[in-house]
Design a protein around this ligand. Structure first.
Ligand code: NAI
Length: 281
């Protein structure tokens, strides 16, 4: 984690952060890192999450105003952007850390997906990125030279069976980031996704087999899985002026997992297990 004092990387910058639910949320860690780096921001989450989560605590700690908004509801997004405009005028950064799949939650098999739930997955976890950018732009609150980051997962590109239709949602999310990024580039506004390694949060815990996915990634990645606080530090650099020409990218933050093949210890252990199996036959 960066020095407690921070580097002042976001001094004078204003932002909007979606998706902080409890202290383990990646968005919560990002909010704390943004505060440490000198930013001012508003927080937003779905009304139901405001009732059951701990967002008031984060609001107190960071001095950030909280605005309810269900990102599937366009009227609520429109109202949110007006509130943010009143609060800050324009914003320099926006974080989309929103994801939910009823199919994953209810452990529905991929071959038997409930399509109504799948549409909810897409709407909440991917199309909402398009909606929040669009309504922020229409409210004229996106400052030139700003930065938008959405959190993704490698399931957008590789098969992680337990991640079910969230794999499809993340693929769409990354595509929206590229496509919107190309349309905001003339104003110097960056749009990127950060593909974070498995992280123990409420959303993570809801995935069947999450512990196995976590350990597998942790063993394969030469640096091991990065924490939510390390993800927060990375996002700070993307919100800062130090990355002004980084846009339309999916950026892996995974300790080297994506380009790794095997882990020696894991291979040796597996070889032993299979040798024992063969011996048993
Ligand atoms: P989390 O459960 O703390 O955050 C998910 C957030 O989405 C919650 O705050 C929830 O209230 C919000 N949300 C759900 N439906 C909403 C709606 N209709 N309107 C507004 N907000 C809504 O979990 P986490 O892990 O911090 O998730 C943040 C992001 O990071 C998600 O996009 C997730 O897919 C992504 N991610 C998580 C990884 C993990 O292993 N935990 C790995 C890679 C990416």
């Amino acid at each position: 984690m960066a020095d407690q004092q921070g580097y002042g990387l976001l001094k004078g910058k204003k932002g909007l952060i979606f998706g902080a639910l409890d202290e383990r949320s990646i968005a919560w860690r990002i909010a704390l890192a943004c505060k440490r780096e000198g930013a001012e921001f508003s927080l937003s989450n779905a009304p139901v999450a405001l009732r059951f989560g701990d967002l008031d605590e984060l609001s107190e700690e960071t001095g950030a105003e909280v605005f309810p908004c269900d990102v599937t509801n366009e009227d609520e997004i429109e109202e949110l952007m007006q509130n943010v405009k009143e609060e800050h005028g324009k914003i320099d950064f926006m974080l989309h850390a929103i994801g939910m799949s009823p199919n994953v939650r209810k452990k529905q098999d991929y071959k038997e997906l409930n399509y109504q739930w799948m549409q909810q997955t897409m709407d909440i976890s991917a199309i909402s990125l398009h909606k929040v950018i669009r309504y922020a732009d229409e409210a004229d609150i996106l400052a030139d030279g700003g930065s938008i980051v959405a959190l993704s997962y490698i399931g957008a590109h590789r098969i992680f069976s337990k991640y079910s239709d969230m794999n499809d949602a993340k693929a769409l999310l990354e595509s929206i980031a590229r496509n919107y990024g190309s349309r905001l580039a003339d104003r110097g506004i960056r749009v990127n996704t950060v593909s974070q390694a498995p992280t123990r949060t409420s959303a993570g815990k809801g995935i069947k087999g999450f512990d196995g996915m976590y350990t597998f990634a942790d063993k394969i990645a030469p640096m091991g899985n990065p924490t939510a606080d390390e993800c927060a530090d990375y996002c700070v650099t993307l919100f800062s002026d130090l990355t002004r020409k980084v846009t339309m990218q999916n950026l892996y933050h995974d300790g080297g997992f994506v380009t790794s093949g095997i882990d020696e210890q894991m291979i040796n252990d597996l070889a032993k297990i299979y040798a024992d199996d063969e011996g048993d036959e």
